[in-house]
Structures are given as C-alpha cells and as structure tokens.
Design a protein around this ligand. Sequence first.
Ligand code: SF4
Ligand code: F3S
Ligand code: FES
Length: 246
Amino acid sequence: MSYLAHLRVWHGDADGGKLRDHVVEAEEGEVVLDLVHRLQATECPDLAVRWNCKAGKCGSCSAEVNGKPKLMCMTRMSTFATDEIVTVTPLRTFPVIKDLVCDVSFNYVKAREVPAFEPPPGLAPGEYRMQQVDVQRSQEFRKCIECFLCQDVCHVIRDHEDNQEVFSGPRFLMRQAELDMHPLDARGTDRAGEARTEHGLGMCNITRCCTDVCPEHIQITDNALIPLKERAADRYYDPLLRLFRK
Ligand code: SF4
Ligand code: F3S
Ligand code: FES
C-alpha cells in the first residue's frame, strides 16, 4: 500500500539552514533513506545525503530521525504513523557540511590517537593463539561499523563542544578497552591508564546512551567502558604502584 508521507528535512550548510516540509510518496516496506532518495529524485535534486550500502553495514547514513540518532537505511517508515511528520536532521554533534552531511573528521583524529595493536615479537600472523573467550570479547567490539551514532549521542561532547579536545568518545574508549584486554597486545603500556589520562575516560558517567543507539547492539558501556574504568582504577590505586610512582 503506498501513501503520502510527511517529511520535514533540514536544508542548509555551515552558515545556517532551516527545516522544510515535503510530501513524499512512500511504499510498503520502505525506510527513511528511500524517501530521502525519492526527494532527491523529484523535488530536491541538490539535497546532500551520505550513504553507501543501504544494508546497515557501512555506517554512512547516520542522521537524527525525530531527534534520535539512527541509520536512515535501517529505520522503517512503518515505525511511524502514516500521518506523522518524520523529521530528518543531520547529526548534531558534528559540523554540517551540507543538508544531511556532516564533517565527522573528529572521529578520525581520535582514532589516530589510539596506538595500534602490536603483535607479539617472534610470531608470524597465523601463529597467534588465544582463548576463545578473548576472541569473542574482541569480536563484539569489532562489529562496530563506525556509524558514530554513539559519538553523536554522548552528552559529554554533544552538549559541551569544548570537551572534544579531551574526550575521545565511546567508540574510541571501546577501542582502548579492547586493546587493554587483548592477551596478545605487546605494546607494553597501560592502555587503561592512558584512557584515563589522555582520552577522558573519567568524563564518562555511564549514562548508557551510547549503548542504546548502537545499531550493532554492542554493549559499549557494560563490556568496554565499565571494565576499562575498573582496570584504570585498580592500577591507579594499587598500593605498590602508588608507592612506586611516589
Ligand atoms: Fe556505531 Fe556502535 Fe560503532 Fe558506535 S560502537 S560507531 S554506535 S557501530
Ligand atoms: Fe557517554 Fe556512553 Fe559514557 S553515552 S557518558 S560514553 S556511557
Ligand atoms: Fe550503509 Fe546505511 S547506507 S549503513
């Protein structure tokens, strides 16, 4: 059954913009991204939108739908009433380039600040051995599609732009956690401690909003951030290490 959907879309650029209302034909089974594409194909050929896979796997089509961070390609129109206005705006935390496209380079800067995994010396790829439980822990975190919805929703940077300098955000704290818990990482530094001193781990107050929006259902807070906090605290308050530091 097709019907006429009511879309309210933000149009603009870094200098400002506004919400504009559109009536767009919708077919059964369609997602928000289908309607944005139809809008491009008809009324607004210059509407900017970033997408790639249309299968929830590339992480490109992140936006805010009715104020909630979502992948547009995974948000079915059937989740809204047919007469409801569906508002589509760009991610709020990052600077707008045009319409629904943001500059997410903050995330790549933060990614580069996390030192890479260092394989154990003397072992060639294929010779690494680790327990299945350790493999599974990494695999959960490796499901990340880098959509940056968790980065967008976290109030530490969403509501306080000044914190962007010192807070890496849930996605990259999760990367630190993965490497800190990795049995074969041979870098030999205290990654949990670095998360505390260099990536703003202490600013996370476990609101769990990041976990709530993750399209891969990664338990970012419970499986990465809380264990990372515990590990950082254990090492910082270890009486012997404290004595040594003094
Ligand atoms: Fe997206 Fe989840 Fe990865 Fe965050 S952790 S970037 S929400 S897939
Ligand atoms: Fe932010 Fe997630 Fe912590 S939303 S405050 S990083 S639990
Ligand atoms: Fe790839 Fe939506 S287009 S995740």
